[in-house]
Design a protein around this ligand. Sequence first.
Ligand code: GLA
Length: 977
Amino acid sequence: MFTRKSSNTVQEVNIWSEPGIYYDSLTRTFRLRCKNSIYAFRVDDSRNLEHLYWGSSIPLEDDLLFLGFGNNPTPFDPKGYIGDVRESLNPLGFADLKQLDSDEVAEKWKTYTVEAHSPQATEPRRLENASWRIWNMDKMRKSGSLSNVDADKMIVEEDSPSKSRVLHVVHEPCSDEACTHGKYLTESWEMMSGSEKEEEEEEERKEGRGKRPSGYSLPSRSGSSKRSPSIRIGEGLERNLSSLDNLQDEFQSCSRFGSFASPTPRQQQQNVWINLDPEIVGKNTKLLEYSDRGTGDYRSCSFELEYSDGTTLSPLVYSSHRIYVGKLSPPFPLPGLFVNSDSDASTLELTMKDPLTKVEVVLYYTVFHEYDVVVRRTLFRNTLDESLIIRRCYSCTQDFDTDDFYLTQLSGSWARERQIVTKKLCQGISLVESTRGASSHQHNPFGVITIGEPAEDRGEAFALSLVYSGNFRLEAELVESGRLRVNMGINPQQFSWNLGPGEEFSTPEVVLCYSDQGLGGISQQYHRLYRYHLMPPMWRNKICPVLINTWEAMYFNVTHEAVVELAKKAKECGIELVVLDDGWFGNRNNTRSGLGDWKANRMKFPFGLEGLCREINELGLRFGIWIEPEMVNIESELYTKHPDWCLHIPRRARTTGRNQLVLDFSQQAVRDHVIEQVSSILSSCNIEYVKWDMNRHLTEVFSQAFPPERQGEIAHRHILGVYEAFARISSCFPHVLIESCSGGGGRYDPGMLYYSAQIWCSDNTDALSRVQIQYGTSLVYPVCSMGSHVSSIPNHQTLRSTTMKTRTLVAMCGTFGYEMDVRQLTREEVEEIKSYVELRNEYAPLILFGTMYRLWNPFSSDSGAWMFVNDEKTEALVIAVNLNRSIGLQLPRMHLKGIQEDWVYLVEELCPGKLRTNVSTGAIETDPRGVFQWSTKMGGVTLKLSGRTLMRVGVPVKFIFEGDSLLFSVRAVSLLV
Ligand code: GLA
């Protein structure tokens, strides 16, 4: 969409059709243009960051200042202030005035006073006011009654690395002549690739054109300026908006021709900071981007610092910003989203400052161009020459204007993880949080705000997902005005960070996602975003091998012979990888001993892991192991040698969980030891998969390696240590596929996903429980990350029995594997599993990498259903499982999603059932030809229907018994004629 400007002509460009970050210096508004949505905020007259808008796309030309009219202060709200802050920071508007001596200012004041009498003279009136105040201040300063204040500079930088597509902003000086002739100069906008730019420069060199002339004239202003009616703002103050209209005209003409960030000629001449806020209101009234505590905002604050004098105030004001293409990673080892090429994203780095202490808080915003996603994080920089304490530091604050808010969260317990819970918000604070040292089974670092009750395919949804595996908090505070504040980040409970002089602290990233197509729209974006920009890239397109895990087959009774026997039978079933779970190391025969001693138990494995791995490889199978490196049993060699290496408080009892203690991963020595041990196992033989477990939460969070004032840092340092261990091990063994796990799905979060491509969903392998667990998990996490196995019946967690078909279909919607003693299988059962493994392999690319559409919600109906559609929309697979059958009740028709309306599809039922009840007698009958969804006397029927009918009318379906399931393949065959 970009047209280059030559020196004499200007062609109209529409820079805003491109996703990216735009700054309008006149209204001081930042617009973060995502694929189909916009996120906007501005520097208000008090230099706070006022949040303006987050939602579906609107014309970028629209000035969002009108939103300020929604700020209705109550009589009890502390008012905002502008004078002190602006003068002490030398904002744009007063730089020229400040350089003058008091006599000259007095002259200026008179001029402005005269100008201020014109009917449309908002600006002169403000300048009159300002010059009067500056004149007075100058007089006071001269008389010694006011000490000099350092002037801060307002820096606006636009960086653009030379590689890949960039948005260049060339700063060029404004010539006097051009200014007086009303030309718009100073910046030109171009969109070209780095190589294109080089080519153009080369061309210019050849032609001897040299540097482009400074400035390009733009066509005269166009567009009608409609007069706005006079409106009343505040008591007795009437402001005619026509003067604002004038500003908007200038702004719009600037923006229309691509000089969005250029000051108008008038601004250039006068370097004017124009007061634009409809009314100065206090912080409590406004929507803010990042909020301090104690200066008027009574909502839950974004951060809190404590200085050595005991004070905790840190009001922040805008100081500078940079916009660049690409994205910076958070500091190692914090996980974060990455770009595959700079053109994937644009980043805004905005520095705010405490005017008194000069401490800096940098807000990072990255727009992912192909998504409706903004990634935020915050960095604290201590510019003092003494330490300060960070008491609270959320990654983001999201303020919303009044609406009908609902919060949807993923909560549950061990073996019942990530259940979808929705509540209507009412005045007060709702928390979704963990203080367990891990993201936890109980709550997931995720939440979605919807306007009205959440729906799957419609309605606005605003989601937050934190890239962090430790203590987190999402707090949603609905305040008296009906407005909503959502904060998310590290849990401030039990947290503090001692920030030394010159040091920086970065929060984890939070991934904000918007959709006007309900929860489905949110999930589809997260799935793709996390697959391409979060998970280890090595695994993003790999179909994970079908594995068998020894846990439910043998528990601690693993031996060389038993595992080899299991492997042989697994091979017959078509399984490709054998995973040796718990019990293979140290003196590990139960949960009481062995953790920490990562050497094979020679009683059970006389040939070591090497011998076992060799034999399994010789069978043509791959080999993997289970480890739990963050833990230690008291009965272990490690604990005997290093009793101080676990988290504990000297002289106090050490709380065990599952008979184990947590190693203190905040200590480098502890990490080094564990990493060394794990590395030596992984290099001892051909291990291609690791299940990395973590089976208890943290207690006595205290480290021997840190002084008392740093103990509030340990939970965070611990998880950073865990990340470092993941990073070091996976960089030494990049070919090893890591599946992370925590007593099932107790650490299923984006932080873990960054380091491990798969995560074990839950210790509950019951197919019907899994329908809900996996459905809930799919709200955020891609199907290809969900560890899911077929287990034996009765199920070990619920004692429930379900058919092999149902267990297989549910496990197929994830990484897929087996967790059963296949040694016990009959020949027929082996054959049955073999055919299911073939089915899974055939459909794995569609399931793992297709787009997921959820059809029936198992939390609000008796059945769960979803489907996967390939990118071309030519193929789809539908899976549904009944959880609770109400006899006599007909099911609703199943409406498919995501296919083409005007294509014709064949819908074929795969794996029909075997059982039915005789309607006359009630007896159970088996039908060797299969029990089909749609059948005639001749047998099963394949439907041939348009996408439109399949989606709008839906297909009739039935379940014969509780726990029954169905599988349809959908294939496009022709265009609708
Ligand atoms: C956790 C895991 C299980 C299994 C056991 C082994 O509970 O979630 O899958 O690995 O540990 O102790």
